[in-house]
Unconditional design. Structure first.
Length: 500
């Protein structure tokens, strides 16, 4: 870490994190009913940043009551779609004015390089603008029914009510925004519980919601832990919907809890995405793509291209060039302009990743490069070097379980049918990458891989207009795009009118 290349903490971000933080309920910043607080840490140094009020059941009860009231009565309930759109657009402008601050807050708390957190923060205004457009465009239909008499039948798309959002730590501000923009655009109210590791940027969004003029109770943000605040939200009988991004294990638990009052559920869960490199690919581009597919965000992405299938005739060269490529990544603080690989989120996560490296080697994989990063300047942070495991079999633990770290599991393949079969041998179905210059091959593979997102000669691209989500145990429902507002944040009512 060099002093000259360090970017100082943005003064507004420094001011924001200099004070203890509260919960945001019914338009006010308040302490937790229990008075409890928890610490949030800087993963690059292990130092405490500040303390956060720790929400629990009573706080969730208050937030849900506020969200219910705002949904049923008051200015939000009677607001016209174009007025809602204007509020969302105003909020988007405010976020845009504060992108640097939001990125700095996320880098401080999440550790990733500013380039990454700036991209995350920059996605927020675009997402809100996209969904602001939907506010005035969600329509019903007139249905030509064949029933006797003169009957007029039409449908309305109505909001669901109080929507809970539970977000993870691996893209703090942008995933929080996904739990807010779509539901708000069609008139729902929201209670968001951000991840306990990264609540700060969500609380900064709360301030911007106030500044934009959102009525009290429309947005509530209650930091706290999963088994307490999270579980209270998911079990709450007055919550109509839960949108969750996180692990498959917790996703299944949420589905069970949501059954209590049959909440609608959308889940964006884990992945074990295949990345298929064909021998005819643009070699240099494929190398960059393979590395980016897994190393972006230090591998802490559910879409990460963790299982790298390389066609046998180029396998040895490709893996050896990939090792050299990954050695160019520079580990360090996200505030160092030269850093290209940040720390993992926590000591727990680092130990989990290192444990997988041990398991992989015990099961016969060969670690060609990577592992624990223990150089003295990084010793207090949670760093793991870009790691390449070769001799991996798809049935091994490291090829089946989500590692959530910068770990590439390389496997050779001979032909397309074989690679499709192996790539699909997983419980997950979130993302997939394909590198080839053969157009027919690209589309054949894209159709055959069972996953919600496929990238050809690129990776990790996203846009508010394009749906995102998982096949199989990677999720239910979609975020982004028309599917999100229409299928997951509105419900259809059929109205029958006798005109005789
Ligand atoms: P990770 O293992 O990556 O931290 P989790 O799935 O545990 O992912 O957490 C994602 C989000 O889900 C966080 O906001 C966390 O607090 C929340 N969470 C964890 N357990 C539960 C639970 N039992 N009920 C509701 N939310 C939970």
């Amino acid at each position: 870490m060099s002093v000259e290349t360090m970017i100082p903490l943005n003064s507004k971000a420094a001011k924001f994190v200099s004070t203890p933080k509260q919960l945001f309920i019914n338009g006010k910043f308040v302490d937790a009913v229990s008075g409890k607080r928890f610490e949030t840490l800087n993963p690059a140094t292990g130092e405490v940043i500040t303390t956060i009020a720790e929400g629990d059941k009573e706080d969730i009860d208050r937030a849900v009551a506020a969200a219910r009231k705002a949904f049923e009565e008051g200015p939000w309930a009677s607001m016209k779609p174009n007025e809602r759109a204007r509020l969302l657009l105003k909020f988007a402008d405010l976020v845009e004015e504060n992108i640097e601050e939001l990125a700095h807050i996320d880098t401080l708390e999440f550790g990733q390089p500013l380039a990454t957190t700036t991209a995350f923060a920059s996605s927020v205004p675009e997402l809100f603008r996209y969904y602001a457009g939907w506010a005035t465009k969600v329509t019903g239909e007139t249905i030509p029914v064949s029933t006797p008499g003169t009957i007029f039948n039409y449908t309305r798309r109505e909001p669901l009510g109080v929507c809970a959002g539970i977000s993870p730590w691996n893209a703090p501000v942008s995933v929080a925004a996904m739990k807010l923009a779509a539901p708000l655009s069609v008139g729902n109210t929201v209670v968001l519980k951000p991840a306990e590791q990264t609540p700060l940027s969500s609380l900064r969004l709360a301030e911007l919601f106030v500044e934009a003029g959102f009525p009290d109770g429309v947005v509530n943000i209650v930091p706290g832990f999963g088994p307490t605040a999270g579980a209270a939200l998911v079990n709450h009988p007055d919550v109509d919907k839960v949108a969750f991004t996180g692990s498959t294990v917790v996703g299944k638990e949420i589905m069970r809890s949501a059954a209590g009052n049959l909440k609608k559920v959308t889940l964006e869960l884990g992945g074990k995405s295949p990345h298929i490199i064909c021998a005819d690919a643009d070699y240099e581009k494929a190398l960059a793509n393979a590395a980016f597919g897994i190393l972006f965000n230090s591998g802490q992405v559910c879409f990460a291209g963790t299982r790298l299938f390389v066609e046998k005739k180029i396998y040895d060269n490709f893996v050896s060039d990939l090792i050299n490529y990954t050695k160019k990544y520079k580990l360090g603080s996200g505030f160092d302009a030269t850093t290209t690989l940040g720390p993992l989120i926590s000591e727990k996560q680092k130990n989990r990743v290192l444990n997988y490296l041990d398991i992989g080697q015990q099961e016969g994989a060969e670690m060609l490069v990577g592992g624990n990063a223990v150089s003295s300047d990084l010793a207090n942070g949670y760093f793991v070097k870009p790691t390449v495991l070769a001799n991996v079999q798809n049935t091994m633990t490291v090829a089946q379980e989500e590692i959530f770290g910068p770990v590439i599991c390389a496997m050779p393949f001979d032909d397309l049918d074989e690679v499709v079969k192996t790539a699909n041998e997983t419980y997950y179905g979130l993302g997939a990458g394909i590198c080839t210059t053969d157009l027919r091959k690209a589309h054949k593979l894209a159709h055959a891989i069972k996953s919600g997102n496929v990238w050809v000669n690129t990776y990790h691209l996203m846009d508010p207009a394009s749906p995102m989500g998982g096949y199989k145990q990677s999720g239910i429902g979609r975020e982004n795009g028309a599917a999100s507002v229409l299928d997951t944040y509105t419900q259809i009512k059929s109205v029958w009118v006798d005109l005789d």
